[in-house]
Write a protein that binds this ligand. Sequence first.
Ligand code: GAL
Length: 665
Amino acid sequence: MFRFGVDYYPEHWSEARWEEDARLMAEANFNVVRLAEFAWSKMEPENGIFDFQWLDRAIDILALHDIKAILGTPTASPPPWLMSKQEDLFRVDQDGRRLTYGNRREYCPNNSLYHDLSRRIVLKMAEHYHDHPAVIGWQIDNEFGDRCYCSICRKAFQVWLCDRYGSLEELNEQWGTAFWSHVYTDWSEIPTPLNTGGSPNPGLALDFFRFASDSYINYQEMQINVLREMCPGHFITHNLMGFHYKFLNYFELAKDLDFVSWDIYWRTQWNMEADVDPSWPALGHDTMRGLKGKNFWVMEQQSGSGGWELVSVSPRPGELRLWAYQSIAHGADAIIFFRWRTARFGTEEYWHGVLDHHGEPGRRYEEIRRMGAEINEIGQLIHGSQIQAPVAFLLSYDSRFAFQIQGNNPRFSYPEHFHDFYRAFYNQQVLVDIVTPISDLSQYKLVVAPALHIVTEEIAKNLEGFVRGGGVLVVTPRTGVKDEANAVVDQPLPGLLAELCGVKVEEYCSLPIDLDNGIQFSINDFPSTSHPAEVWCDLLQPKGAKVIARYTQDYFAGTPAITLNDYGEGKAVYMGTMGKPTLFETFAGWLLDKVGVKPTLLVPKEVEVGERWQGDRRIIFLLNHSEATQEIPIEGRYIDLLNESTPVEGILMIPPRGVFVLQEG
Ligand code: GAL
């Protein structure tokens, strides 16, 4: 069933209001709420004293309106009675400062007391709600993250390293501790990479980042084990933070979940521009779908201005519905809006919900209610339908972590570079999956590996297999530079991918922050001939590959910049530099042409096209992200699912911020 609902905090309001809330929710066609993820102090007001009666009453009122409940385990925000027990319950940040009480997510994920008391509250909730007919599933904690550098984590890190390397000899060898005399003779000597220690050994720092990610995965697993045992009929998920979040290996975090959920905000106090770029949320959705290779839930879909100290630009009429449909177009099987009624108190007084502080329905409520009525009609058809993307992007958290340690060039950013290339495909209405470098790639025609810095034998074999079988692979600068221990490889770059790419990086040039180079394409079928080259230039020496473009300036003018190598049945493209959006877009267009991928419909650039398949029925989503009406020429036979299945032909006029959901045939 397609779930449509809202995040609800009954504990912030008088009980006298709950019935009215439930009535308004039912009128908006909500069939689910998420509850309790920040209500630890209400459920356990004192150490070991539990009270679920208030929550029972709230759930019962909702159930009378056919609204089901997802319960959040409340561990992201512990009560003061717990956190005042021991100082070491608090995380220590990279500067060595211990956090203090006052916000949330301050806990150390390896603290054993925190584990014990978390396990206890989760168990009590599970015992109480395991057979409640209105409870359908669980969200663990809330938006895991943030590394802890405390002494408890340091000890746990040493144990983690002992498990990974088996011996100090091996660890010293892998990390290259001969450098600056860092040879460890006892596990207890190994530090966490605090800023006070200066720029760390890259091997140590990468392992610490992996360990920090694993710490949350273990903490999550502890909670999951309790729930799996007590509530076998319930699903378990966690609300992640999309592509942007950089401290956790989300592929690993997602493994133990039944499905991924995530929280998507377009307009927040941290982004006060008038225009929002829809390719960023699109990348977030595709990443979240890619974590388990299956549809996801949106656990927090924006429902008003978002802000803590500042008030974000207010969502314009139509945006909330448009954004929610974009989530669906990219694979959401549930939309849950954050939050129901805007809080009158607390840090998030200005994080607006479906209702304003006063609680009366207004424009945002009406817009969401309209969507609720639509979902009532089409939810069944959409739910579970699949996205089939011809292109995959390889996301490597190891590489991302490695760039957090050594950025290579001040203008280089792994996520920005990744997005630059992704946006080129997004703008051409081509569907993209985001997968790991060791995923099965056989279903794709084209695979892009932006700055795949760390390449293992396993990754190299996977990519070779893909290209040998007929696929086209594109790699970009700084690929294949590092081994798994974050040491530079001892072969010519791109290291383990050199043979596949048929090229040697003879030399590289990290560009100044205020000077670009240029490239000139030298093949006939490339549509535009010259572009700026920015940030980084790999100077290539072909070893069998054909030259596609050469640099135009400086001491390496005339040197190959981009090459194409025939390998097995496929091709490997080495792109040795970066550039403006037009470079990526032209390049993406040329690549798509090579592999024969065409967009489903030709639309103006302001309109996004999504596509999901329910069996052999194709459902098309048209999303107008602009303030103007757009015209879309329709070829083929479609019906308009949001308009009583009327047939659609000729020119479709899509209003500003408008949405069409069409079914083919
Ligand atoms: C999310 C979080 C919510 C709420 C929201 C608005 O990150 O999960 O609890 O804080 O942002 O800030």
